[in-house]
Structure formats: structure tokens, C-alpha cells
Write a protein that binds this ligand. Structure first.
Ligand code: HAS
Length: 549
């Protein structure tokens, strides 16, 4: 791809990994505070560290990395960016960075300890919300740049299907833009006026509902780029084609339809929403599981076809033929394995009754560490190993590949220990988001969490291994960015692996965005119009909120 596009993607990756290392350090501090072996200095509050951890990893690392990957892939599959697209994407990067710096400064100065979910009644400095608003404007600039690039390609290639990577990028960006409407509405019309003191109170339930209208599709905004790698990159690495082009496209469309009308499954314990609407959204949540099951089916099929092509026989002979020594494959395969318990715990969370047991406990923290923290993060790591050398024109040296294996396995071990402990502690009643371990009349929670895996110490050991793995990851990233030898011979260049996808049986309507966005909007209106209207009509007096500094 063109040098200018490479630079753009590389800058996104660099910022992503700066956020990654600071964010993981904050995670390390937290597990030690929770196991009572670390007391933070007076100027550093537990919630400050927790907010930095969540914002930097879940919002900043993911978004910058996603854009790096999408920018590189769109340039690779549709051709180099024109000047307009390039300008808008650079501007997007700058505005996102300014927003990130503003929000981070507010968090570090202790004026925004409102956690990464930042909803009312917790109140941050108005500048934190301005930073967030800028961040989102930046993402829109980059998104519209990429959508523009797609539209130009479609005009030049009338009647043709866009390459699968570009199609999936469009679906991801549409999902992001529609999701942001909720958070932009609440930040601009509720949080900013309230936090700057222009209005005295805020309608808490409305603000939380608008947040979660955004908050759930947000998790699919993290997941879909990982799926792009699973569908388009992985088949090439294992030496075969995309299993089914139409299945792949259809699964992304289902995400556009069902990612939005489900936000209430985060608010099942909240008053102010009638049970009927909660129940409806629970049902729709089970619909959004379907495209993931389709993805799992498609991945198994891809692996089996590839293994059999390489001579694997019998029921499972193909399994041994998979390229286990290729870290680009192994990292993503382990990522997928984690999504089996990750998805199962998601289904438990979404079940109306079971949610009563797990809501607001450490269980939920366990759940998101084996969804965004492993399937998504480890897929991004697997992509990093080839994307950076591809963009820099450097090699991926053998000794770095060995280190990458150590990094991948240590991440998996650390996450297994930490998240298992989190799930079990949660079931035993350990609350999430607490600066202290004493709870329910007990001096210290450590008194009653004595099991080997239901222990804050296990969680801390897992967290420590994860931090060491994160340092190793950043070392590999720095090496691939600045130190690895430049590729000179053909065989030394690292490729951007993209598999063939046969569109001969793909239905044309799958690429008719008008239909799908229309159906998605109809579902949103169905699930949200009445309950949001109720919240506005029957708004309580409103909360003045809790200032967090
Ligand atoms: Fe979730 C809370 C429900 C998926 C992230 N979730 C969260 C939070 C985050 C998060 C960050 O209904 C916390 C928010 C906060 O701070 O309060 N989640 C679900 C459901 C799914 C789900 C139903 N979540 C995700 C993904 C995330 C993510 C993906 C990040 C990327 N989640 C909830 C609910 C809550 C929640 C409630 C609120 C809880 C509360 O009370 O607060 C589904 O999308 C899951 C579907 C997935 C599957 C798994 C299928 C298996 C696959 C394996 C493929 C493997 C292969 C290889 C092919 C059904 C795909 C295998 C090879 C072999 C050899 C075996």
C-alpha cells in the first residue's frame, strides 16, 4: 500500500500501544489494591486508576488499533487513498488524539474518576466530556474518510461486490456511527451542560439508557474487526479460501440489525424501565448471539477444510495439520478458544433472572476480560505481529517470533488465572468497582475467599503475569517498529494475508446498505421509543450527581 497510508496506519498503532502500556500498568496496581497488599499514595485514588485503566484499554487502545487495521486493509483491498480521504483521516487522528489527551489529563488530575462507563450520577469535570466528544468527532472524521473511499470505489466498479474486507469495514463503521448517536446525545445535551453548571440536575435514567444504547454496540465495534481478521486473514494463513462469502457478509449484517436494541440487558436491575421492555431486549440479545455462532461454524469449517487439504484424515486428523508453529495463527486460535467461556458467560449475564446473581459483581469483570481482554485483544496482538512489519517493510525475525509465542501463552495463562478468580469471587458475592475488600460486615473479604481459584491473590498473580506479558508485547512492537532489520529479499517481506472469497453465489441485496440500516433503525425505534419517552415524560426531579473530586 502507498507510503502515506502506511504512515497513517502506523501512527494509529503507535498511539494504541502507548495507551496499552499505561492502561495495563493501571490494571496491575488495581489487583494489588484489591488483594490488600498495596496502598496507593494519597494523591492517587483507586477510582482514578480504575478509570484510567478502563478508558485507556477499552476505549483508546481498541479504537486506535481498529482504525490502524481498517485503514491498512481498506488501502490494501480498494487501493490507495486519494487526497481528500487522506486529509480527513489525518484530521480524524489529530482530533482523536487531542480528545484522548484532554480526557487523560482530567483523569490523571483526579477530576474525572467516573470509570470508563462514565454515566450519571457520577460527575466529572466538564472538560473530560469535551475530551470525549472530541474523541468521537475524530473517529467520525476517520470513519467518513473510509466510507468515502468505499463509495468512490463502488462508483468506479459498478455492479461488483466490494472485497470482503471492505464490506466488513463498512458494516463496522456503520455500526459505530449509529451507536455513537446515543452517547453524543447524552454527552452534548446532558453531561456537558450539567457538568459546567449550566443546568442543575440531570435525568439519570435517561442518561444511562442513552449510554447503554451506545455501550453494547460498542463491544461489537471491538469484536467485528477481530472477526474481520478471523474471516479474511485467517483462511489465508491456514492456506485456504473464505468458507462462505455470503455467510460472512450475512453475519455482519445481523450485527448491524441486532447490536442496538439490546442495551437494557445492562440495566436489568434498574428501576424506571418497565419489565416488558427489558424482556423484549433480552430476547433480542439472544438474537445477537446467532452471528457469533455462524462465525464459530464457519471457522471450524475453514480449519477442517485446510487440515484435510494438507492430508489430515479421520475425524480429527486435520486438527494436527493446522499451522501451530505460526504465531499469527496460534494467537488467534487461542483468542477464539477464550470466546467459548466468554460467550457462555455473556449468555448467563443476558438471562433476565441469572443477571440478578451476577450483576455488579466481579463476575462481570471476569466476563469482559475473556471477551474484549482476550478474544479481541489477542486477535489484535496476532494482527500486530504481521501488520507492523508489513507497514514498516521490516522483517519479523525468528527470535521475535519466539518471544511472540511466550507473550501469547503468558497472556493466556495470566488471563485464565485472573478471570477464573474474578468469576468465582463474583459468584461468592465480591462486588466490582470497590476500593476495599471488606464487605457485608466482614473485616476483609480475604477472610472468606480462601479457595485456590476464588482468591484475590490468584487474581493478583494472574494480573502480574498479564502485565509482564504486556511489557513483552510492547517490546516486540517497539522492535518491529524501529529495530528489526529491513527486509531486502522477496522472502523477507512480511505479507498482508487476505484470503480469496468467492462471490459467485452471494446475493446482491446483501450489499444494499439502505435496507439493512433501515431495518436496524426500525428495530431501534421498536425497542427504545416507548421506554425513552416514558423516561422523559415521567422524569423524576433529577439528580445533582456526585462530584468525584
Ligand atoms: Fe458482554 C457486560 C452479554 C459478548 C464486553 N460485556 C459486558 C461488559 C463488557 C462486555 C465490557 O446481558 C461490562 C460492561 C460494564 O462495565 O458494565 N456479552 C453479552 C452477550 C454476548 C456478549 C449475550 N461482551 C461480549 C463481547 C464483548 C463484551 C463480545 C467484548 C468484545 N455482557 C452481556 C451482559 C452484560 C455484559 C448482559 C451486563 C452484565 C451486567 O449485569 O452488568 C454475546 O455476544 C456472546 C456470544 C458468544 C458466544 C460464544 C460462541 C463461541 C465462539 C467460539 C469460536 C471458537 C472457535 C474455535 C471457532 C455464544 C465464537 C474453537 C476451536 C476449538 C478446537 C474448540
Amino acid at each position: 500500500i502507498a507510503l502515506a497510508d502506511r504512515k497513517l496506519a502506523l501512527w494509529n498503532i503507535k498511539i494504541a500501544y502507548i495507551a496499552f502500556i499505561i492502561g495495563t500498568l493501571c490494571g496491575l496496581l488495581q489487583v494489588f489494591v484489591r488483594n490488600d497488599s498495596l496502598e496507593l499514595p494519597k494523591w492517587l485514588d483507586y477510582y482514578q486508576v480504575l478509570t484510567a485503566h478502563g478508558v485507556l484499554l477499552a476505549l483508546i487502545f481498541t479504537t486506535f488499533f481498529i482504525f490502524a487495521f481498517l485503514i491498512a486493509g481498506m488501502s490494501k483491498t480498494l487501493g490507495s487513498f486519494g487526497p481528500k480521504v487522506s486529509r480527513s483521516a489525518w484530521l480524524g487522528l489529530i482530533v482523536m488524539t487531542v480528545g484522548t489527551v484532554m480526557a487523560t489529563v482530567m483523569i490523571i488530575s483526579g477530576k474525572a474518576s467516573v470509570l470508563y462507563t462514565f454515566y450519571a450520577p457520577l460527575k466529572a469535570s466538564g472538560w473530560f466530556y469535551v475530551g470525549l466528544a472530541l474523541f468521537i468527532i475524530g473517529t467520525w472524521l476517520t470513519s467518513f474518510a473510509l466510507i468515502g473511499h468505499y463509495v468512490v470505489w463502488k462508483r468506479k466498479n459498478k455492479g461488483q461486490f466490494s472485497p470482503l474486507f471492505a464490506f466488513m469495514t463498512m458494516a463496522t463503521l456503520l455500526l459505530w456511527i449509529i451507536a455513537c448517536l446515543g452517547v453524543v446525545t447524552t454527552v452534548v445535551f446532558q453531561y456537558i451542560p450539567w457538568s459546567f453548571g449550566w443546568v442543575e440536575t440531570i435525568n439519570v435514567e435517561l442518561s444511562r439508557s442513552l449510554f447503554w444504547y451506545f455501550g453494547h454496540p460498542l463491544v461489537y465495534f471491538w469484536l467485528l474487526p477481530a472477526y474481520i481478521a478471523w474471516y479474511t486473514v485467517l483462511p489465508k494463513i491456514v492456506g485456504t479460501d473464505v468458507f462462505s462469502d455470503s455467510l460472512a457478509r450475512f453475519s455482519f449484517i445481523l450485527f448491524i440489525l441486532f447490536s442496538f436494541p439490546v442495551g437494557f440487558h445492562h440495566q436489568l436491575t434498574e428501576p424506571g424501565i418497565e419489565s416488558f421492555w427489558k424482556f423484549l431486549q433480552v430476547i433480542l440479545t439472544f438474537m445477537v448471539v446467532i452471528p457469533t455462532l455462524m462465525t464459530a461454524f464457519s471457522m471450524f469449517a475453514t480449519f477442517e477444510i485446510s487440515g484435510r487439504k494438507k492430508g489430515g484424515t479421520g475425524l480429527f486428523g486435520w486438527f494436527r495439520k493446522l499451522p501451530w508453529k505460526d504465531v499469527r495463527f496460534t494467537s488467534i486460535f487461542i483468542a477464539m478458544l477464550f470466546f467459548i467461556p466468554g460467550g457462555a458467560t455473556g449468555i448467563i449475564n443476558a438471562s433476565f433472572q441469572l443477571n440478578e446473581l451476577v450483576h455488579n459483581t466481579l463476575w462481570v469483570v471476569g466476563h469482559f476480560h475473556i471477551t474484549v481482554g482476550t478474544p479481541v485483544a489477542m486477535t489484535f496482538m496476532g494482527v500486530t505481529f504481521w501488520l507492523i512489519p508489513y507497514l514498516t517493510g521490516r522483517q519479523f525475525p525468528k527470535h521475535m517470533q519466539k518471544l511472540a509465542f511466550i507473550q501469547v501463552f503468558s497472556w493466556a495463562i495470566g488471563m485464565t488465572l485472573m478471570s477464573t478468580a474474578q468469576h468465582l469471587l463474583g459468584l461468592l458475592g465480591a462486588p466490582r468497582r470497590t476500593a476495599y475488600s471488606g464487605y457485608n460486615g466482614h473485616e476483609s473479604a480475604l477472610d472468606w475467599f480462601q479457595g485456590l481459584l476464588s482468591n484475590h491473590v490468584t487474581m493478583a498473580i494472574g494480573g502480574t503475569i498479564l502485565f509482564l506479558s504486556a511489557i513483552l508485547m510492547v517490546y516486540i512492537v517497539a522492535n518491529l517498529l524501529f529495530a528489526a532489520p529491513k527486509a531486502k529479499k522477496e522472502s523477507e517481506f512480511v505479507e498482508f494475508p487476505i484470503a480469496n472469497s468467492d462471490t459467485s453465489h452471494t446475493a446482491k441485496y446483501l450489499e444494499n446498505w439502505g435496507i439493512w440500516v433501515g431495518v436496524a433503525l426500525a428495530l431501534i425505534v421498536l425497542a427504545y421509543a416507548v421506554p425513552l419517552n416514558d423516561m422523559i415524560q415521567h422524569a423524576p426531579v433529577g439528580s445533582r450527581g456526585f462530584i468525584t473530586w
